[in-house]
Design a protein around this ligand. Structure first.
Ligand code: 13P
Length: 300
């Protein structure tokens, strides 16, 4: 990144009381300029506790919306305004209203990778880091879960509650090919295999650990192993290499989210300069969606 852009970002950040948040899937040069890099739950908790005038979010739309729900007095700008999430588009608020009619005794736990409309119909949101805990905490024996079927299936295997799962999926994780993982295991037979629960079930069966991105970092930190095969979006490899330069990491397959790659240093600078494209939450949905994400940040 040109030095001039880095200097301008630093200058505008302090001038405007801004904070830059980046998800661990972001490109390496964006992770390097962020004030905080983290998983969905950590970034939500930071957004709720920081009282920054301006939050520049480097990630995808649902992440910036979640930050705005938790920090309504801040201006929250998504650095790459076109960055959306294939999974969030899989299920609408109407879909959940229909499921509630079909399963009237069941509370709804909705993955944070979702639209505001869907969140506003949920008892609580969750992330991959606390999905089991949130489902366990729901005040019903049956739980509606969406939009991710792979995460839902994994949660169902780890709870005694009965789950009714919406059949959505993340394009990047769902498209992963198990033959790639087997090839990597043959190359590094001593490596630990860490897989995100949005991956297809066969990946989970062949993994040593099923973990969200924050869980992967904690696991590597406490592990005596030197090599790890990582089954999630490729940005995570950069994050792990930065944190643990003495360990080795290899991607389990070609898991790439194009939208996560949209953010550039130039767009971060533009977001700081313009304060434009601030996230707006429809007033009629804001209170209920905020309650669902607040419950998420307070669980697990
Ligand atoms: P984490 O909650 O593990 O950060 O994952 C976020 C995500 O969007 C997965 O696709």
């Amino acid at each position: 990144m040109p030095n001039r852009i880095k200097q301008e970002i630093d200058r505008l950040k302090s001038e405007r009381g801004a904070v830059i948040l980046a998800h661990s899937y972001q490109p390496g040069n964006i992770q390097d300029i962020a004030d905080f890099v983290g998983d969905s739950l950590e970034l939500s908790r930071i957004a709720a506790s920081e009282s920054a005038e301006l939050v520049v979010f480097c990630g995808v739309k649902f992440m910036a919306e979640t930050a705005k729900l938790l920090s309504p007095d801040s201006t929250v700008v998504l650095a790459a305004p076109d960055a959306d999430c294939s999974l969030a588009a899989c299920m609408s608020g109407d879909d959940l209203r229909q499921m509630k009619n079909r399963f009237p005794g069941a509370e709804a736990v909705i993955y944070v990778n979702s639209t505001i409309d869907l969140k506003s119909e949920a008892w609580s949101c969750c992330t991959s880091a606390n999905s089991i805990e949130v489902v366990e905490a729901a005040p019903s024996d049956e739980v509606i879960f969406g939009p991710d079927r792979n995460l839902g299936t994994w949660v169902a295997e780890n709870t005694n509650k009965k789950l009714h799962i919406w059949p959505g999926g993340c394009h990047a994780h769902s498209g992963a090919d198990i033959r790639d993982l087997r090839e990597k295991k043959a190359e590094w037979p001593d490596a630990r295999v860490l897989v995100h629960p949005e991956s297809p079930s066969v990946f989970l069966w062949e993994a040593d650990q099923v973990l969200g991105t924050g869980g992967m970092i904690k696991y590597v930190k406490n592990s005596t192993a030197d090599r790890f095969i990582i089954g999630t979006e490729e940005g995570m490899i950069y994050r792990l290499k930065t944190l643990f330069p003495d360990k080795e990491f290899k991607a389990a397959g070609n898991i790439v989210c194009p939208d996560m790659g949209y953010t550039t240093p130039e767009l971060v600078l533009k977001a700081l300069e313009s304060r434009g494209n601030g996230i707006e939450i429809p007033a009629e949905l804001a209170d209920r969606a905020a309650a669902a994400v607040r419950r998420m940040t307070q669980t697990g």
